[in-house]
Design a protein around this ligand. Structure first.
Ligand SMILES: Nc1nc2c(ncn2[C@@H]2O[C@H](COP(=O)(O)OP(=O)(O)OP(=O)(O)O)[C@@H](O)[C@H]2O)c(=O)[nH]1
Length: 355
């Protein structure tokens, strides 16, 4: 077992418990906070009349791995609540981001990319995606403009077509990466794709989550398709993921940086303990976090830990920076690297790791 402690003591304000990044007292979770992989939207709001013109409901983004779903969720919410990476299949949890507007509350469910399953984990992720589609008010299908529409896209559009009643918006993501001519071609391919699958798109929108191009328009279109209703979450909450899950994801994101091949899929992170250290002055809080990075094989340890622990220290420093930015409090982070042999195909390990 290897570990690296990470700490820093800048005088930032204490985290606001249940505040902007914290667990909301929402109808969606049954109050347990144990939300790993649930992805189920909240029950319908009480049948009282909504404030005039106010809309609230759920949207989810689907798309093949790497299509830009997580980045778009973060852009719409205006803060990083979902980790992103250039490695496909980064997203493993159905995370909700909440967009607050004067006229609406839009709750975004971020699902893993749909793909042909090769492992037990892959199968469970696909099941999670489909159960989410059936319960949202609108589905946004992400089709990156930088890539040709391929068999993977056709597969998931055909699957989405089976959820016949739910309106579907096509999002031509990564618009910043292509010239206008390519975008025009892409939009007509999307139109044809919808027709061949029997989908009538409610809208087709080019968008760039990284440049911000038409992100507001995506919000407008999704909101239009929501039912009338009251806000489902308190003002200011941007996600109902428990803090521990967000922290574990930020550590996983840092650990994913710079690793290649099959290793990204082998990394899982769990939190053993997380809490404010006692006996600290009120203006100098410190959040202790004890976390594990699980790998599948001993041979992977060296890559993650690096020479004399150098890479693990970098991972710890980057994760700590992100966690401090999210929670607004100095953090002491203790990372341990452990092996859970072949956890992706082992039902017992999968349960232990929260899948
Ligand atoms: N240039 C550009 N890159 C983008 C845009 N949106 C996402 N990306 C990049 O594309 C990669 C994948 O983005 P994600 O948001 O993680 O994709 P995802 O669909 O959530 O991926 P999975 O978690 O694998 O399902 C990352 O490297 C992003 O930075 C965009 O609008 N423009």
């Amino acid at each position: 077992m290897s570990s690296t402690p990470e700490s820093k003591g800048k005088g930032r304000p204490a985290p606001e418990k249940g505040g902007s990044a914290g667990a909301a007292a929402s109808p969606a979770k049954g109050g347990s906070g144990a939300s790993r992989g649930s992805g189920r939207p909240a029950p319908a709001p009480a049948p009282t009349p909504s404030p005039t013109g106010f809309k609230s409901g759920f949207a989810c983004f689907v798309g093949r791995p790497n299509a830009g779903k997580s980045t778009l969720t973060n852009a719409l919410v205006g803060q990083k609540i979902v980790i992103t990476s250039s490695k496909p299949q980064t997203t493993r949890h159905a995370v909700r981001g909440i967009v607050h507007r004067a006229d609406a509350q839009l709750i975004l469910v971020d699902t893993p990319g749909l793909h042909k399953p090769r492992t037990l984990l892959g199968q469970r992720l696909n099941d999670l995606v489909k159960s989410t589609w059936a319960e949202v008010d609108v589905i946004g299908i992400c089709l990156p403009a930088s890539d040709k529409i391929g068999p993977g896209d056709r597969f998931l559009v055909a699957e989405a077509a089976k959820v016949a009643k739910t309106p579907k918006v096509a999002l031509a993501t990564k618009a910043d990466l292509v010239e206008p001519e390519r975008m025009i071609e892409h939009l007509s391919e999307i139109q044809a794709l919808g027709e061949s699958a029997g989908i009538e798109w409610a809208a087709i929108i080019p968008v760039s989550a990284t440049s911000g191009f038409q992100v507001d328009l995506v919000a407008d279109e999704l909101v239009q398709l929501l039912p009338d209703g009251f806000p489902l979450y308190p003002d200011g909450d941007i996600t109902d993921e428990p803090e521990e899950t967000l922290v574990a994801e930020l550590i996983r994101e840092a650990a994913l940086e710079g690793v290649r091949d099959e290793l990204p899929h082998s990394i899982a992170v769990t939190i053993d303990e997380m809490g404010l250290r006692e006996d600290r002055p009120e203006d100098k809080p410190l959040l202790d976090i004890y976390a594990n990075i699980f790998l599948e094989r001993d041979s992977q340890k060296g890559i993650v830990i690096g020479h004399k622990g150098a890479r693990l220290r970098e991972v710890g420093a980057e994760a700590r920076r992100q966690i401090e930015a999210l929670l607004g409090t100095p953090v002491y982070l203790d990372l341990h690297v452990k092996i859970a042999k072949n956890w992706q195909t082992d039902a017992k390990h999968l349960r232990k790791l929260g899948f």
